[in-house]
Design a protein around this ligand. Structure first.
Ligand SMILES: [Cu+2]
Length: 249
């Protein structure tokens, strides 16, 4: 099975998008493993069904342990194994905690746009307050100008990240639940009003990827998207310096 899995991963028969993050291959492997196991079980179930139909005239089996309890235990163990394996992959980007050197960015979902709040050279986010949200005045996430940490912060509508550095995203929503999703980064996480949800990952391949909203969040849901641009570390440093300079009061 390992051989066929490898062959399928290379052939890209399942038409998965490009795998551009460090944790992506493990997730894809888990997905293919689950699909293969489901296919094998489906075939086995049909075989058993036909054998049962053909052999129904025989006397009833008395050895329930062998024909019922043993296969049931094997199935339960198989599903427990798959669940634990999948749970660990899911938790690796959420519960294990990001590296202390990870780039910190606050992501805010609002009907119908994504905003990305960078903390600036002091590496500390300025306080945000919902009552200060004013997109028409250039303050779409409500940064409090009275907070000294907010002076060097800046907000963009495009997420720019350096390749091969871990990023710790803090997801927020201002109104309803939005779904932050970047298929090429194998990322999908709801942004929920009143919660700050962390998700961390390492982009590998430079390029431009679509950030989608995967929750039907209102009439403009279809146009709630943004771009993720993964660039080289040098290019990122130049972009960051330019943005930080522009943010200086
Ligand atoms: Cu949305």
């Amino acid at each position: 099975m390992a051989l066929s899995l490898k062959a399928l991963e290379h052939a890209n028969l399942w038409n998965l998008p490009v795998d551009a993050s460090a944790h992506g291959p493990a997730l894809d492997h888990q997905l293919l493993l689950s699909l293969w196991i489901a296919l094998c079980l489906l075939t086995l179930a049909h075989l058993i069904l036909f054998v049962g139909l053909l052999a129904r005239r025989h006397a009833a089996q008395k050895n329930l342990w062998r024909i019922e309890y043993l296969p049931l235990t094997a199935l339960a163990l198989l599903f427990a194994f798959l669940t634990i394996k999948a749970e660990r992959l899911w938790a690796a980007t959420r519960y294990t905690g990001a590296s202390p050197t990870a780039l910190q960015i606050e992501v805010t979902g609002v009907q119908f746009a994504w905003y990305f709040h960078y903390p600036g050279p002091d590496a500390t986010f300025g306080i945000t307050r919902p009552q200060l949200v004013a997109p028409e005045e250039g303050n779409p996430v409500g940064i409090d100008p009275a907070d000294p940490h907010s002076a060097d912060d800046f907000v963009t509508s495009e997420l720019v990240l350096p390749a091969n550095r871990q990023v710790d995203l803090r997801l927020n929503a201002l109104d309803v639940i939005h779904g932050f999703s970047v298929p090429e980064m194998r990322l999908k996480q709801n942004a929920v009003p009143g919660h700050t949800i962390h998700i961390h990952f390492t982009p590998r391949l430079p390029g431009t990827y679509a950030i989608l909203c995967t929750q039907v969040c209102g009439l403009g849901h279809y146009r709630m998207n943004a771009n993720l641009r993964v660039v080289s570390p040098d290019e990122f440093a130049a972009w960051l310096t330019a943005k930080e300079k522009a943010a200086q009061p």
